[in-house]
Design a protein around this ligand. Structure first.
Ligand SMILES: C[S@@+](CC[C@H](N)C(=O)[O-])C[C@H]1O[C@@H](n2cnc3c(N)ncnc32)[C@H](O)[C@@H]1O
Length: 392
């Protein structure tokens, strides 16, 4: 049970404003979720977070000058980055840092959408993969009861900080440090599994540890980006089936084992060709998710806008050195493609786009997903009842 905590009225007002904003912003906010957000403070979990300044991140502390500006950012419907390349904002000096975010507190309306899809009730046994700040775990404790909540993160520092902050609010869920890709067999089975980091496909351990009839809400994202949320139900035959949800979600990836360094290699020689497809086509998350289904999973994408505004997409596969640089043509549609290595990596994107148009650009929530021992499949049934399937 949550112990009564002496509350600053400003904090309560900030939460009320947040819930009102979420409710007006098109998020389905059932009363149980509104109650959870109203009763669970966010500020104890994010005393310091990073603010983006151009390409850098600058720590913002509650004690940095304007406390009310800090509080309104904490209760804005935004994600708050708390760790960059493993450096927690609380451990950073006052200056800017550069790198890739490795932990954050998710935007509240996205959390609400995921919790709504997860359908958590008092007594539901829940596993969260990606403890981060502990704020989502606190909401889960409110909804399910802390004794039913298990949360795991790959960072020992994050789990220990989250534990002290949850404990300070009187919440004692089971908090584990480890690779959440393996789930937590000692605490299984779970009625619900929620991941707050993204995976290319659902790790088998999560199926094994999900109880029959249980639900999993999992952010799916490949190296082309294009994040989606899948909601799967575990069936009596041990397989799982469900849908891609309407809400897009760009979660940071689940990290497991050694990380290979990113960064496209500079190819030795390049052949040039034209393409009718713009370099920015993969910025449409639904299409990039669809395109990913047609690509080798090892293809890595990077993209940028050059100083003159040209959109440049780079695709590469470190295994055989295949490389494509796709730059928008300055006047009009289409792009210039420079390829090197044994495979033209832009060609499968072009083919995927043709299929996409032929299917009349299906919306993400029209895709179903099934998973079992034979693999994971995404399917779309067109209005003529033809079923199109792709391996995830
Ligand atoms: C978006 S943050 C989680 C937000 C969190 N739920 C909250 O409320 O603050 C993603 C988290 O996933 C964690 N993560 C990444 N790979 C992981 C893995 N293999 N196992 C467990 N956690 C992992 C990161 O350390 C990071 O804290």
């Amino acid at each position: 049970m949550t112990q009564p905590v002496e509350e600053n009225p400003q904090h309560i007002e900030a939460r009320v404003r947040l819930v009102r904003r979420m409710d007006q912003g098109g998020v389905v906010l059932p009363s149980s979720l509104a109650e959870a957000f109203l009763n669970t403070p966010r500020h104890p979990f994010v005393p310091v977070f990073y603010r983006r300044e151009a390409d850098t991140f600058v720590p913002w502390r509650s004690t940095n000058g304007d406390a009310s500006a800090w509080l309104s950012q904490v209760y804005a419907d935004d994600s708050l980055i708390t760790e960059v390349d493993g450096l927690h904002a609380e451990d950073a000096g006052p200056g800017a840092v550069t790198g890739a975010p490795t932990s954050s507190s998710t935007a509240p309306s996205l959390m609400a959408d995921m919790l709504d899809a997860l359908d958590v009730r008092e007594g539901t046994r829940v596993l969260e993969v990606g403890t981060g700040t502990g704020y989502n775990a606190a909401l889960l404790c409110y909804l399910a009861g802390a004794e039913n909540v298990t949360t795991v993160d790959r960072s020992a520092g994050l789990t220990s900080t989250a534990r002290s902050r949850l404990n300070a609010l009187g919440l004692r869920p089971h908090i584990a440090f480890g690779d959440g890709q393996k789930g937590l067999p000692a605490r299984a089975p779970f009625d619900r599994i929620i991941a707050t980091c993204s995976v290319r496909r659902v790790p088998p351990a999560w199926f094994d540890q999900c109880a029959t009839g249980g639900l999993m809400v999992v952010p799916l994202k490949g190296t082309l980006a294009g994040g989606m949320l899948a909601r799967l139900k575990k069936l009596p035959d041990g397989t799982a089936a469900g849908h891609i949800l309407h809400t897009p979600a760009a979660f940071m990836p689940l990290l497991s084992g050694e990380q290979s360094p990113s960064g496209a290699p500079e190819p030795a020689s390049r052949e040039k060709r034209g393409s009718t497809l713009s370099a920015g086509v993969l910025d449409d998350w639904t299409f990039s998710f669809f395109a990913q289904l047609h690509m080798d999973p090892c293809t890595v994408r990077e993209f940028c806008r050059e100083k003159d505004g040209t959109h440049v997409t780079t695709l590469f596969d470190g295994r055989d050195g295949s490389f494509a640089r796709v730059a928008d043509t300055p006047d009009g549609p289409g792009a210039q493609v420079q390829v090197s290595g044994p495979r033209d990596l832009w060609a499968p994107v072009e083919r995927a786009h043709e299929t996409w148009l032929a299917l009349n650009r299906p919306r993400r929530e029209w895709f179903t997903i099934t998973a079992g021992p034979d693999g994971q499949t995404v399917a779309y049934t067109d209005p003529g009842s033809a079923v199109h399937r792709w391996a995830l």
